[in-house]
Design a protein around this ligand. Structure first.
Ligand code: ADP
Ligand code: SF4
Length: 694
């Protein structure tokens, strides 16, 4: 199909210093959980983005020196010449598809703890980066940099830039954002120096200016030199002669870098979850930059709609459309637009499982794109699948995230697929969950797959079809996947997560009851030891219904695991806005129909709160009766011509949507390829001797 003429502008080349990006799709630096230990994983992951049409493909943070050591969080490095080879592998792979390769050189300053290198962290004035110390339990305070330290950091940047050029990178970054060293110099709260690097905005900008100028001097004839800068806090700071300190800083550096990469300040706002941040949420902070510089500007905003992207360019906000999450959810987003197939874009849902995998210290995972990070390890590709290995017909029971993904991938492979669900809608749990506060865009998991399945001739879709094991035995499908989801239990847990039995009786509910339309009497206690989003979201939803709501959890925060997905600060804000009283470190001991007894998890001290209803969001168990009934008839499989029966998604092991989609994909990849689902290509050790330790 031809490109929509309205989208043509997105494919205009643009110069970035001495290099030219082939189009406006710029995969900005983002965490991928891939380090020097897995160069092939990294190269294949980035090559796929370049193959999908991203004109620039960037690394995540690449440390210039062991004094920028974020361990145990994953990061890459260019500490000495030994590190060049693994980067060259990525550059070659990106160049093969005609894209430019960019490297985000990075010094973490006081925002890293140097846990491995044990070097006292660097900072302008000894002020620790708050998030690092509060969130990640760092205890060492940073050193106050001397002039010699400043010179060292600049020389490490320059040396790394030269190595980057040698490795084949086309664009080299200076990083002055997100709490890292360059940014700390820009902010008066962190920079209290009285020398040439502190005090006035001109002085505070000096360190970043020197980093840019010296990088340009070193590699600027061959490489574009980009400045990545956070502007949120600076924009909130008043300035005497400018609209804000952000305006002043950008004006001072206006044409110094070849490219401005502009962003927010902290991960929760920069990589905001869709629950709390809409597409394009950065615009009010970064909208002025193009008016102050003649250099190209790239920025992000979880852009997935080509019309929004075009509008960003036409309205003079951005020159290049930055994508991190959109490029993860759909590495082929640019090509789909180019070939007039925008309706096939697998849009990011903004769930932030991708950033959670970085916090977990593992290669990237994505709810929408189960192949991400598995390009090398499993040989998976977001668009191409191996053809079917037989004429087997595939029956999938349950059209939630797991069943839909299994059906789509099996059908793409060429199998004849039958997908049946007892409900009169597709999407399983999504039907209910996407109607809860902030979760609407998660429906894209369903919509993308249903849209694709409806186009396919080898797929039969049946709604309103509850299948029994007898039905399945009679359907003459050789491969059967049971994707019947999970059931929330009423189990209670102790502080040691030892089951304490369950709480039942009138007034006790689970999320399944709410989904089925239960009307709760207030006041309500939401007792959450699932600790991901659902308990918090349901508390919000019940409060929105006008009920008085309390929330209790054994954890230290509400929706404790959402710290991994950048949601937690906003969860607490959302609860506060709704007057939901939050009881942390609390175990639910008892409920007598009008009061709940909560006990402190550490002291057992009890207190009572009024509640007529209790909603337990705790342990979800597989809804596997159908699977068990079918397996009890395994002796009949031969006559029924059934070759295999699999449990997938929540029916196997209840989890987040990312787990269900992965499970469905893995099942379909494994058809007639039995090793595939558990197959991991060896993760190669470093290609070269480890860098010198300091
Ligand atoms: P997952 O996240 O693992 O995909 P969901 O709970 O979202 O799980 O979806 C499970 C789906 O299975 C639901 O849509 C439910 O209606 C459907 N289902 C459950 N039992 C049957 C059955 N016996 N026959 C057909 N569909 C079923
Ligand atoms: Fe988007 Fe979620 Fe995938 Fe991240 S994990 S790219 S937020 S869909």
């Amino acid at each position: 199909m031809a490109i929509n003429p309205n989208h043509k502008i997105l494919f205009d080349p643009i110069s970035i210093g001495p290099v030219t990006a082939p189009n406006r799709f710029y995969q900005v630096p983002h965490a991928s959980g891939m380090t020097e230990a897995n160069p092939r994983v990294r190269a294949a992951f980035r090559a796929t983005k370049a193959e999908g049409g991203w004109g620039v493909v960037s690394t995540g943070a690449v440390s210039t020196h062991p004094s920028s050591d974020d361990s145990p969080l994953p990061f890459a490095r260019l500490w000495d010449d030994n590190d060049i080879a693994s980067h060259a592998m990525s550059c070659d792979a990106i160049h093969e598809h005609g894209a430019l390769a960019a490297i985000e050189l990075w010094h973490g300053g006081a925002a890293v703890m140097n846990r491995s290198s044990r070097i006292a962290p660097y900072s302008p004035s000894g002020v620790p980066w708050a998030a690092t110390h509060v969130g990640f339990m760092g205890q060492q305070r940073p050193r106050i940099m001397t002039q010699a330290d400043i010179n060292d950091v600049i020389s490490w940047q320059v040396a790394a830039a030269k190595r980057a050029q040698q490795a084949g990178y086309d664009i080299v970054y200076i990083y002055a954002g997100m709490g890292y060293l360059g940014y700390e110099f820009l902010l008066e709260d962190y920079n209290k120096r009285t020398d040439d690097y502190g005090g006035s905005v001109e002085n505070r900008v000096r360190f970043v200016r020197q980093l840019i100028e010296q990088t340009k001097q070193a590699v600027g004839d061959k490489c574009g030199v980009a400045l990545r800068i956070s502007l949120e806090e600076l924009r909130a700071k008043p300035s005497e002669n400018f609209a804000s300190q952000a305006h002043h800083v950008v004006s001072l550096l206006s044409d110094v870098p070849d490219l401005w990469d502009v962003k927010m300040d902290s991960s929760p706002t920069d990589c905001g979850a869709s629950r709390f941040r809409a597409e394009g949420a950065h615009e009010p902070i970064i909208d002025f930059v193009k008016q102050v510089t003649d250099k190209p500007v790239v920025g992000v905003g979880r852009f997935t709609s080509p019309d929004t992207m075009v509008s960003q360019i036409k309205r003079g906000i951005l020159d290049l459309i930055g994508g991190a999450r959109p490029s993860i959810a759909d590495p082929f987003l640019p090509n789909k637009i180019k070939f007039g197939r925008s309706d096939e874009i697998r849009e990011c849902i903004g769930c932030n499982i991708c950033i959670a995998s970085w916090h977990d210290g593992v290669p990237i995972r994505c709810t929408q794109n189960p192949t991400i990070g598995e390009e090398w390890r499993k040989g998976w590709h977001p668009e191409k699948v191996p053809s079917s290995g037989s004429e087997d017909r595939v029956l999938i029971v349950g059209g939630g995230p797991a069943g839909l993904e299994a059906a789509l991938t099996a059908a793409k492979r060429g199998y004849h697929v039958t997908l049946a669900d007892k409900a009169d809608y597709w999407g399983g749990r999504l039907e209910f969950e996407t109607k809860l506060p902030g979760l609407n865009s998660w429906g894209r998991v369903r919509d993308y797959r249903v849209h694709a399945l409806k186009q396919m001739a080898n797929v039969d879709l049946y709604l309103g079809s509850e299948l029994s094991y007898q039905d399945i035995l009679g359907l003459e499908h050789q491969r059967v996947a049971i994707a019947t989801g999970g059931i929330w239990s009423k189990a209670l847990y102790s502080s040691l997560e030892i089951p304490l039995g369950s709480l039942d009786g009138p007034g006790v509910y689970t999320p399944d009851d709410i989904a089925a339309g239960a009307v709760l009497e207030g006041p309500v206690l939401v007792y959450d030891f699932d600790n991901y989003y659902l308990g918090g979201v349901l508390a919000e939803a019940l409060a929105d219904r006008g009920l008085e709501v309390s929330y209790a959890t054994p954890a230290g925060h509400a929706s404790a695991w959402t710290i991994m997905t950048n949601e937690q600060p906003f969860v607490h804000q959302a609860m506060d806005e709704r007057d939901i009283s939050v009881h942390t470190q609390s175990l639910l001991q008892d409920f007598d129909g009008s009061n709940c007894t909560l006990a402190n998890i550490f002291t057992n001290k009890e207190h009572s709160i009024e509640a007529k209803s209790v909603l337990i969001v705790g342990l979800k168990l597989p809804n596997d009766d159908l699977y068990q009934q079918l397996m009890a008839r395994a002796d009949d499989f031969g006559d029924a011509r059934i070759k295999s029966v699999s449990q997938i998604g929540d029916c196997l092991a209840a989890g987040a949507i990312v787990h269900a989609v992965y499970s469905g994909h893995s099942f379909a990849q494994g058809l007639d390829n039995e090793d595939q689902s558990n197959y991991l290509r060896d993760i190669p050790v470093a290609l070269h001797p480890p860098s010198r330790a300091f």
